[in-house]
Design a protein around this ligand. Structure first.
Ligand code: F6R
Length: 243
């Protein structure tokens, strides 16, 4: 694992965006794995700015999002589908049929998971996966205890994840109980992974990832088994982690 230390959130966002832009320019047919949440928002902002200024094109790129809440319609402002169009896709030239996000409102969510996994495989897998990390060490919505063998599946969100994400909802009761997420095995099949970590609240998760046991109780620890991971971490996240 390679660690790139950055000063703060803004520098992280900029450096990751520069990295992604280079990869997209090298391979215009790239398949991106994308994340939502607070962490990648700055990166999306820089990618949009670059697209407008330098015309980096996503027309032939494919994208697969990591996860989606179960039970929210695609146009619900709290759905990750809404987030992705609002924060990124509506502002670049990606071909809409190349965008893939699990449908959390599918009539049969189990089938949706199987189909989503198959679609990733049919597409030849993910070239560059962007990840954030939960305070509890989750990646995607793979909560502590999830099998490292898991493929795309439905997960019950833990109280700590619901609490962390309640800031986007009226109240914690409104946070969906479940999500569809790519599994750990799905994520680990990506050819390359970029993990973005910013802020003091992520210190423990980062410390566990770097120094803890590689164990299902700490989902992100599995990344130490992946041959091509770059962590972009800011000073607040790295403090007290011995790095
Ligand atoms: C989002 C995702 C999650 C988030 C994590 C951190 O698609 O898969 O793993 O990356 O919950 O969220 P933020 O960035 O809001 O702290």
């Amino acid at each position: 694992m390679k660690i790139i230390t950055v000063k703060d959130y803004n520098e992280m966002s900029q450096k990751v965006a520069e990295y992604v832009i280079e990869k997209v320019n090298q391979n215009p047919n790239i398949t991106l794995g994308l994340a939502t949440g607070g962490t990648p928002l700055g990166m999306y902002k820089y990618l949009i700015e670059d697209h407008q200024k330098n015309k980096t094109s996503y027309q032939n790129a494919q994208s697969f999002n990591l996860d989606e809440y179960v039970g929210l319609s695609q146009d619900d402002p709290n759905s990750y589908n809404y987030y992705m169009y609002n924060e990124f896709f509506n502002h670049i030239d990606i071909t809409k049929s190349n965008v893939h996000i699990p449908n959390g409102n599918a009539p049969d969510v189990q089938k949706e998971c199987i189909d989503y996994e198959a679609l990733i495989e049919k597409n030849g897998g993910i070239d560059l996966q962007i990840l954030g990390i939960g305070n509890n060490g989750h990646i995607g919505f793979n909560e502590p205890g999830t099998s490292f063998q898991a493929k795309t599946h439905v997960i019950d969100l833990t109280p700590s994840t619901k609490e962390a994400n309640a800031r986007y909802f009226h109240s914690i009761e409104d946070v969906p109980a479940q999500a569809i997420t790519m599994g750990i095995a799905t994520i680990m099949k990506s050819k390359e992974i970029l993990l973005l970590i910013s802020g003091e609240s992520k210190q423990a998760a980062l410390s566990n990832l770097l120094h803890g046991e590689i164990d299902e109780s700490s989902p992100a620890s599995v990344l130490r088994n992946h041959p091509c991971v770059t962590i972009f971490a800011d000073e607040d996240a790295l403090r007290d982690t011995g790095k």
